[in-house]
Design a protein around this ligand. Sequence first.
Ligand code: MTE
Ligand code: MO
Length: 302
Amino acid sequence: MNFKSELRWSDVTPKAAFLNRRQIMAGAGALALASPAYAQTPPSPYSTDEAPNAREDITGYNNFYEFGFDKGDPARLAGDLTVSPWTVVVDGMVDKPGTYDLGDLLAGLTVEERIYRFRCVEAWSMVIPWNGIQLSFLLDKLGVQPGAKFVAFETLVRPEEMPGQSSTFIEWPYREGLRIDEAMNPLTLMATGLYGDPMPNQNGAPIRLVVPWKYGFKSIKSIVRISLVDKMPPTTWNMLQPNEYGFYANVNPEVDHPRWSQASERVVGSGLFAGRKPTLPFNGYGDQVASLYAGQDLAKDF
Ligand SMILES: Nc1nc2c(c(=O)[nH]1)N[C@H]1C(S)=C(S)[C@@H](COP(=O)(O)O)O[C@H]1N2
Ligand SMILES: [Mo]
C-alpha cells in the first residue's frame, strides 16, 4: 500500500511529535509506521521553549468575527462549518495561478510543528503549538513573479454557515496582507493544525495564516484566496479604523493603541494576579525580523 498517496492534507499533521518516546516505543509503533510524515518532524529551531497554553484556552477564547463578536462565539458556532472539500484561488502575479483543492495546493510540502507566541492587539497573549507549512515554501511552489510586492489573503464568505456575517460591521470577506519579504520570512506559517490535530474550526480551519511577530488580526483564518499583487492591499482592520490599526501591525510596546497601552499583556490562562508580562518588540522575534524594517519609522508605519 502506498501510504503517501492515501494521505490527505489533514492527515499529515505531526501527531507523533506529541507522543513521548516511551509511548512510541511501547504501543504507538503502528501509528509511527503507518504515517512516515509524523516521525520525520523534528523540533523546529523557530519554536519557543515556553510552555504552550492548554488546548481549552486556545480553542475556547477566540476572535473570529464571522461567528460573532464574543470570545466564546467561535467555539459555540463554528462546529458546522464545512471545511472539506476546500478550495483556494491563487491569482495575480504568480506562475501557477488556479483554483486548487487544498490537498493539491499543499501536496509535496512538509508540515512542521511551530510553537509560537501569539499576541492580540487587545493586549492578551498565548503560546500556541501550531502545525503548518512555511509560507515561503508554498509561494516558491506557486512561483512568485518579480512584479509581486505584496500577498493578499481572503477568508471564506458563507453566511449560511457563518452567522456573524449577518453583521455589516465588517465588509466581508475578512482581508489581510503582507509585504513579500514578510511573507517569505521563515517564521511566517500557513497553519493547518494545532496540538497535532487538524485545525479546529474556531481557530480558522482548514488553513490560516500565522505571523507571530505581528498582532493577531494579521493572522487571517479560513483562507480561500491568495493573490500576488503589486500594491499594498486593503486589509480589514485598517479599512475599519486606520488610525488604530496599521497595515504592518508589528507588535510594539512603544506604540500604544490610541485607546490602551501596548506595553504589557495579559497572559491567558495564567491566573488572575501573575498573568501579566511586559510586551516585547516584535513579540520577541526581533532577531529574525527587525531587519525587514530597517530604515522605516515604526511609529509611523505602525
Ligand atoms: N477571518 C478572520 N480571521 C481572523 C479574525 C477574524 O475575526 N476573522 N480575527 C483575528 C484576530 S483579532 C485574532 S487575535 C486571531 C485569533 O486567533 P485564534 O482565535 O486562533 O487565537 O485571529 C485573527 N484572524
Ligand atoms: Mo486580535
